[in-house]
Ligand binder design. Sequence first.
Ligand code: KIV
Length: 297
Amino acid sequence: MSHHPAPASAKVTIPQLLRWASEGRRLVMTTAYDAFSAKLADPVVDITLVGDSVGNVLLGFDNTLPVTMAMMLHHVEAVARTQPRSLLVADMPYLSFHLGKEDTLRNAGAFIRAGAAAVKLEGGPKRLDMVHALVDAEIPVMGHLGLTPQSVHMMGGFKVQGRDAEHAIQILEDAHKLQAAGCFALVLEGIPSDLAQRVTETLRIPTIGIGAGPHCSGQVLVLHDLLGLIQGHKPKFVRVYADGYGTLQSALQHWSQDVRDGAFPNADESYTLAEAVRSQVAQWQPGNSNLAGPGGP
Ligand code: KIV
């Protein structure tokens, strides 16, 4: 098969993202866990992330730790079937990149074979060997520093990271190590915005912030958060752009009432029999079938 130059409207690539970031164009990323949300978001984002946040957003877990490769593959495949134009990034779940290079490569390779263009993994220096191995195997890696939800127990909760000098410098150094190891971009989550700014201005690769202030090269929010589809506690860094939950719930209530009132469905929402069939159906009585049909008279 020959490889032709891609048309202008083709898929977003990593070189394209790096070019945009170097030109000062802010990158936009959101999450999608299924074909529906992928189709909804794809026209307006540069990067679609199948995040392991699927665990708490959709699957009812308290955090992302129970999410497995099998669960993630199920969601990556669903999103990949929509053939998104945006760069499709698959999140490596807890323990899928901790047990050795071979295991990490096999897991990341499964995402690439499912249609992802890159993987994201959480953590700093402890994960550098894995980042090297993935990049050596031609698998692009997005790093993730700061509040890394898979470290919830080590962090003692979901807390802003890098507030004191020691930890702030640690994050700066880790960011540069991940860049040197070959990461093409970094998610910075839950860190002070002035620290995110320093990371961003000292790196060559773009940073994508979530709860990391306005100075990153791009921003990511969980789709369900920004559409107001999650009830309960809303972190300070989330801006809610729609009352998704309220709108959907009132639509469901309306429909439920219509069913109870006999107002749904109406004639326009129903199918009818042809006249000749209707009269036969009207004459039919239980136990008295005289209709010709398969195996009938
Ligand atoms: O899993 C996820 O959704 C994420 C983003 C919040 C960056 O990692």
